[in-house]
Design a protein around this ligand. Structure first.
Ligand SMILES: Cc1cc2nc3c(=O)[nH]c(=O)nc-3n(C[C@H](O)[C@H](O)[C@H](O)COP(=O)(O)OP(=O)(O)OC[C@H]3O[C@@H](n4cnc5c(N)ncnc54)[C@H](O)[C@@H]3O)c2cc1C
Length: 266
């Protein structure tokens, strides 16, 4: 296993009460592709997997991370100038080319928009190659919605809808679960590719709603999470049945993992 390479934090943007986006700059190494993740080290504390949410080339990485425990708290608090260790890239990528010539439905829950942001950017950068594009985003509260400036920009070239579990003063948008937006997504079920990321239960309900609309399981791509330690397929912590999520995932076609996700505690 390789040692973490030191990267410098060059920008820290506060996204929500518990989430920041860090821009890291280091040696020009192997490129990271959308869907892949880095193992980020907070020196002296530990290492966690965090997906790419932007950059990926020329030694520039962008990661959005939510403060949930010891390591993410330390990374969340990293100020510009501070060094962070990076291993990677690891894992499978979002197959954006699978959607060429088709309608695209991108569904994110909470921090799940972070790994999907490069997918939205890739699709909108080559807008003419795709049919209708829907971006459906769910968050706990309006204050938890990530990337408001990006959402406004995306709205010019895609159908972007947001929904929150709990409204706050001034919120005039939709309230409910992101699944309620699925029947309204502008997409031809026979000609649509979907990309989902968020809490596992959300992805299962969204995938089921898409399948009810007529999408095939192999046209739905999901990114899964499990406790991950080595990132390189050695330690077995991220096992899901016959799969190791760090090596075989984290991005899978839904038809491959759906039978495994149905087994409780697997
Ligand atoms: C492939 C992959 C990509 C990820 N990308 C991102 C990302 O872009 N941004 C981001 O904020 N987080 C991401 N995560 C989740 C992140 O790795 C965990 O939040 C982190 O490992 C928690 O470590 P900790 O030491 O801060 O907290 P811990 O003390 O280890 O855990 C705190 C709480 O978070 C839960 N938890 C820990 N790890 C996970 C996990 N992998 N999935 C779900 N719950 C977990 C624990 O059960 C506990 O309740 C990703 C995880 C994986 C596997």
């Amino acid at each position: 296993m390789t040692a973490p390479v030191p990267y410098r934090v060059v920008d820290r943007r506060v996204e929500t009460a518990d989430t920041v986006t860090l821009e890291l700059v280091g040696e020009d190494g192997p490129a990271f592709a959308p869907g892949q993740f880095a193992m980020l080290t907070a020196y002296g504390i530990g290492e966690v997997p965090i997906s790419l949410s932007g950059g990926g080339r020329g030694g520039r990485l962008i990661h959005t991370l939510r403060n949930v425990g010891a390591v993410t708290a330390a990374l969340h608090g990293a100020a510009p100038g501070q060094m962070i260790g990076v291993r990677g890239p690891f894992g499978t990528t979002w197959d954006v080319d699978a959607a060429r010539g088709h309608d695209v439905v991108i569904v994110a829950g909470g921090i799940g928009l972070a790994p999907l942001r490069p997918v939205v950017e890739a699709v909108l950068a080559r807008r003419d190659e795709f049919g209708r594009v829907s971006v459906l985003v769910g968050a706990r509260t309006p204050g938890d919605l990530l990337y408001p400036a990006d959402l406004r920009r995306w709205r010019q070239r895609a159908d972007v809808r947001t929904i929150v579990d709990r409204p706050a003063d001034g919120w005039t948008g939709e309230v409910g679960l992101v699944t309620t937006l699925i029947p309204r997504a502008e997409a031809d079920p026979d000609n649509t590719v979907a990309y989902l990321c968020g809490p596992e239960v959300m992805m299962r309900f969204v995938a089921e709603a898409l399948i009810r609309r007529g999408l095939a399981g192999h046209d739905i791509h999901v990114s899964l999470e499990r406790d991950m330690r080595c990132g390189a397929g050695w330690c077995g912590h991220c096992q899901l049945g016959p799969l190791l999520l760090c090596r075989d995932g984290p991005v899978f076609r839904y038809d491959r993992v759906e039978p495994l996700l149905r087994v409780r505690e697997l």
